[in-house]
Design a protein around this ligand. Structure first.
Ligand SMILES: [Zn+2]
Ligand SMILES: [Zn+2]
Length: 295
């Protein structure tokens, strides 16, 4: 089963393999399943939704980041929005949190795809509480209207936010989530990756980072390492803006170093930042994989 899942995860990274709810296999009691709901970055392309990783283990459905489109995808895995137990935010760049209002509000509805019973639970860096407070204010009309008009329960639209520090941030039902401080750049702090352990198996998700020694250290022995990647042609890097963006991320050759040193059983890319402008095309996934394999 594990091999099959891993193969599917690889396919997801390569070709955005699509699950349909009708085909979603129920989870076996001892199963640890990881699904990439989105492998994109800010680029509004149809091929990749924004970053979102669904981790199912120990009876929990945990979501890492809520990028664009993340609300549409859990159903394809047979997970209703109300069954997402907790969201873990890596950092507050918009491409990682723009899906939060949709998940929070739509997951509250009474329709069969939603039906959250308790509060919306979110873990994230300093600033996450402020983000949620702002959303509460922004959607005040909708929330009040649905309580008054549809009788939706106020307790299930409440947001229960925990602002985290590095270390274990969640330990329930044998599933442990460790926040790993990563290096997204001096002005982009704090930024985290997450490692999720359950029943002797684990997945580590990089979040947005440059080559991070701390991530390599904390990911040691992990089964599955899901890492971001960014690349651009030499010609594009003559433009300062693109140099800045690339400097906040891990390039394929550096990711290979992370994989070589961290030695995960399987390495998978997500959060593809493939930069291009008219006249200077973005690198293809194939070129990214070739650059990775160089080392
Ligand atoms: Zn990002
Ligand atoms: Zn970022």
């Amino acid at each position: 089963m594990k091999t099959l899942q891993q193969a599917c995860i690889g396919l997801l990274a390569l070709a955005a393999c699509v699950f349909h709810a009708a085909q979603a296999q129920p989870l076996a009691a001892d199963e640890f399943r990881v699904t990439l709901l989105g492998t994109g970055s800010p680029a509004p392309i149809m091929k990749r939704f924004g970053p979102g990783v669904l981790v199912q283990a120990g009876g929990k459905n945990l979501l890492i980041d809520a990028g664009r489109g993340v609300t549409q995808r859990p159903l394809q895995c047979g997970v209703t929005l109300g069954k997402v137990d907790a969201l873990f935010v890596t950092h507050l760049h918009s491409d990682h949190v723009v899906g939060i209002p949709d998940l929070w509000l739509t997951g509250w509805l009474e329709a069969s795809y939603a039906q959250r019973k308790g509060p919306f639970v979110a873990y994230g860096p300093t600033g996450t509480q402020g983000l949620m407070d702002g959303l509460v204010k922004a959607y005040d009309w909708d929330v009040k209207a649905r309580i008054a008009d549809q009788g939706l329960k106020p307790e299930a639209i409440a947001a229960q936010v925990t602002e985290i520090q590095p270390g274990v941030v969640y330990d329930q039902g044998g599933i442990k989530v460790t926040a790993i401080e990563v290096d997204h750049g001096e002005k982009l702090t704090p930024a985290f990756g997450y490692r999720i352990d359950h029943g002797g198996r684990s997945v580590t998700i990089s979040g947005d980072t440059r080559l991070s020694e701390n991530l390599i250290d904390k990911a040691a022995g992990t089964d599955l390492l899901i890492h971001q990647v960014a690349a651009a042609s030499e010609a594009l890097l003559k433009i300062p803006t693109f140099r800045v963006i690339l400097a906040h991320h891990t390039q394929p050759e550096e990711a290979a170093t992370v994989f070589n040193r961290g030695k995960p059983k399987l390495a998978v890319y997500y959060h593809f930042v493939l930069l291009g402008v008219p006249g200077i095309p973005a690198l293809s996934e194939k070129e990214v994989f070739a650059a990775t394999r160089k080392t």
